[in-house]
Design a protein around this ligand. Structure first.
Ligand code: GDP
Ligand code: MN
Length: 392
């Protein structure tokens, strides 16, 4: 589950990881009030920072992070950002509507160094890993010198002191900042473990003029499978930021991910769903979604699944690939007929039903008098799909 920067920072603060002081606001008037409550530090470059709160990074380069020298500018810049569609390399072409901004104190001074730190689960090693670089900031993706990006594997619930010191040393920190960083990274790692995060990315982390270490940005992803342990985190989900179909699907108990192709698929079992997506690619098409309706596909669920996939106007063909294990194929066939009778003449539907009572399901589909494309195997399905694409 993705959370906003301001929520990520709240989580960090709870574990005593320091961030610049900030307030979340929804209007330019509130932005002004918030800025009045922040103390201005005159050693710093500007006075305030206004940051769009959307689930996408790359805001800095695309106008979603603005500096303000005084209260008048805070109001102006908040007005500019609020209500805009922010387009970054991590959003669609349309961009994301900015509904709220974070008003933050400016913590930069001339010559501020930006660092990159992230903690995540390295799945191939099955261990947590810290990735870090002394060249953080907006251009981290283009740091090509491998010497500048280092990793540290952490094999326990708590970080060892020598590992924290090693990272501080490699980031060329000294004196008070060195000590502050050791505390920062140890606490950050603890926050990562205790919050059940799958990613904690701090870019940039900075050293202030008075040698404190602060997380200026925070990208936090919480492991969905661990949410049952954190009732508070569940409330952090921002449905407005998520794909509406995906939200609707998760409410209906469906495992759905929106993709950009032309073939909608409805499958039971995640493994079969993945194999089906490969097969669609093999046929020259491209999946419009990943959809696992689960082992006990009942009428309600199948109906919901159709209503979600039909909302996508780029769908040219629907492919149903169901293995009757727990669920019986004849039952599924009946449900498919009820749910699709109104549109099966306009959108071609390819059906592969295998497993319990599949012969019977065939009969039911053939006798329905409706126009379906019944197939026996994945290979046959791929060949059938090829003939149904509009471009072919
Ligand atoms: P992102 O671009 O979406 O990752 O947003 P960030 O929170 O990382 O901010 C983008 C950039 O804005 C940072 O890399 C900094 O260069 C700049 N920035 C963020 N906060 C401050 C601040 O307090 N003062 C100054 N001068 N720049 C800041
Ligand atoms: Mn950032």
């Amino acid at each position: 589950m993705n959370v906003h920067e301001f929520q990520g920072k709240e989580i960090l603060n709870f574990f005593v990881v320091e961030t610049p002081k900030s307030f979340l606001v929804y209007t330019e008037q509130e932005a002004l009030e918030a800025a009045k409550r922040l103390s201005v530090n005159f050693s710093c470059l500007e006075s305030y920072v206004i940051k769009a709160q959307v689930h996408a990074g790359g805001r800095g380069k695309c106008g979603g992070v603005k500096l303000a020298k005084n209260l008048k500018e805070v109001r102006e810049k908040a007005y500019k950002i609020l209500g805009m569609y922010l387009v970054t390399p991590q959003t669609s072409e349309k961009g994301k509507l900015v509904r709220k901004v974070l008003v933050s104190e400016d913590v930069y001074y001339p010559g501020t160094m930006e660092y990159y730190i992230s903690i995540f689960l390295n799945r191939s090693l099955g261990k947590n890993m810290i990735l870090y670089s002394p060249e953080g900031g907006m251009d981290i993706e283009s740091v090509s010198n491998p010497e500048k990006v280092k990793t540290e594997i952490i094999d326990s619930e708590e970080m060892k002191a020598f590992q924290a010191r090693k990272i501080a040393f490699n980031l060329h920190l000294k004196g008070k900042a060195f000590k502050a960083f050791v505390k920062f990274i140890t606490t950050l790692y603890r926050a990562y473990v205790k919050s059940d995060a799958s990613l904690l990315e701090i870019n940039p982390m900075i050293k202030t003029y008075d040698e404190r270490i602060l997380a200026v940005d925070a990208k936090v992803v919480i492991d969905e499978n661990a949410l049952f342990r954190h009732s508070y985190y569940k409330t952090l989900r921002d449905n407005q930021e998520e794909n509406t179909e995906e939200v609707e699907a998760s409410k209906a108990g469906l495992n759905f991910v929106k993709l950009n192709g032309n073939v909608a698929c409805m499958v039971n079992g995640a493994g079969l769903a993945m194999a089906t997506m490969d097969m669609i690619k093999f046929s020259g098409g491209s999946p419009a979604n990943f959809l696992d309706i689960g082992g006990t596909a009942d009428e309600n669920r199948i109906e919901n699944a159709f209503s979600i996939i039909l909302k996508d106007s780029s769908v040219e063909v629907i492919l149903i690939n169901i293995f009757g294990g727990i669920v019986r194929c004849d039952l599924v066939a009946r449900v498919i007929i009820t749910c699709t009778k109104d549109f099966c003449d306009t959108i071609p539907i390819v059906i592969r039903l295998k497993g319990t009572n599949f012969e019977r399901s065939r009969e039911i589909i053939n006798r329905s008098g409706l126009h379906f494309h019944s197939v026996n195997s994945m290979k046959e399905a791929a060949e059938k799909l090829k003939t149904l694409y509009k471009s072919s």
